[in-house]
Design a protein around this ligand. Sequence first.
Ligand code: SF4
Ligand code: FE
Length: 513
Amino acid sequence: MAVIEEIHTKINTGVEYINSLRNRNLKVYLFGELVEEPVEHPMIRPSINALAKTYDLAVAAPELASVISPFTGERVSRFLHVCTNANELVLQNKMQRKLGQLTGTCFQRCVGMDAFNSLYSVTYEMDEKYGTDYHNRMKSFLTLMHQYNYVVGGAMTDVKGDRSLAPHAQADKDMFVHITKRSNAGVWISGAKAHQTGCINSHWMVVMPTMRLGESDKEFAIVGAVSVTAEGITYIYGRQSCDTRSMEGGSIDVGNATYGGQEAMVIFDNVFIPNEYIFMDGEYDFAAMLVERFTAYHRRSYVCKTGLGDVLIGAAASIAEMNGVPKASHIKDKLVEMTHQNETIYATGIASSYQGYPTKSGAYICDEMLSNVCKHHVTKMPFELARLAQDLAGGLVSTLPSEKDLNHPEIGKLLRKYLRGKADVKTEDRIRILRLIENLTMGRNAVGYLTESMHGAGSPQAQRIQIGRAMQLEYKKRLASILAGIDVEEDKDLLVEEISGYFGRVFGLANAG
Ligand code: SF4
Ligand code: FE
């Protein structure tokens, strides 16, 4: 067992969580240097604060952000829970929106949550086919995570090398995480995972394949849990737009001084995974099922962005008010448009959860069509919300002088005079709102709100492929031809064909419905 189990007790609050991250001696590189203590680093800390909020929300609103663990009987984070009904899937979405509202950024826990939920059913079905013991191992691992209420990251995205080649055909095998050697006790893995959300802020990571695998890719068909402190792991911190503003010491120019996201590259150099933490080892034929189920959960987890959208709408409405024009009809109309788009994302995400159905293991999975539609909206609509927010903000959002100028004994007075909007609004407050809009639309949290909306959980084309594969054109053509009088014989099957759950059938998922 790794050392961290012995030094921790169950984590309940945000402060306890932050303390649990100290003194771990992780090998984290940032700006070409090893970071001594990530918790104290001004550029890293906002991402830790965002994740800490998931604990604080669980304390403040236990029904929303925690569950009674079926393994330990104690309250644990909802992020560690495997859903056994549709309402629990819906509650995940409600929790995600709330956390987006409270942090204005990515709070980094959904990948692990979605990984557990998909692995729970996939391990069950692997055992059924191969007589393996992965499902029990998964449950034991979950029990351990629940005991300490840990943060578990999901590591899926391989660096992929030449995109036209399968893993085994790459010039350098390390382009996909793979097994390098094995013993009776377990396996060793090497490779790298790119843009890993919250990895440095996690306690454990679940490593998974990133795509469908063939027989020649057996050594790449590995799923296992590793402690983030495991020997052989190097983290290289990803830069974000305007990230060094948090190292300037002020609180205005960053726009959102408390919260930020985190992405890093994780490099595995012969990292050992003991048997008890291995949940797939060579069953390449289940890699596609795992990826498809994971994306079914994860693409509707992107309702997190509607929480950020709420913040942006609030900021846009505030700046209009501070400028003295809240009643102008075009401004109201733009706020309505922003709200319409934001709620459209939410509607499809939460509908995907409401349409959840049971897998053979008892774990519930979301409707994959609606999940893909949700994520596809997310690749577009936040960009339109950002455009409208910048429209309402005016050019000042990108030409504001710095906080140091604002606080300068001489020119500060001039800035406070000339940058004033309505007489009863403090100039500094107006600047703070403009900086928040900048933060969300081109600054640090635009990484989460815009670029991650584009590429997280698969780039736009990945959703179009899934939507295309399941759009039931033959069925829909039959409907049309019957009503047009081309096909005179009404097919009885059409009367019973259901929309709900059809994705399960199309993708060969277990569907008890
Ligand atoms: Fe969760 Fe959203 Fe961050 Fe993904 S981008 S981890 S869904 S908050
Ligand atoms: Fe993400």
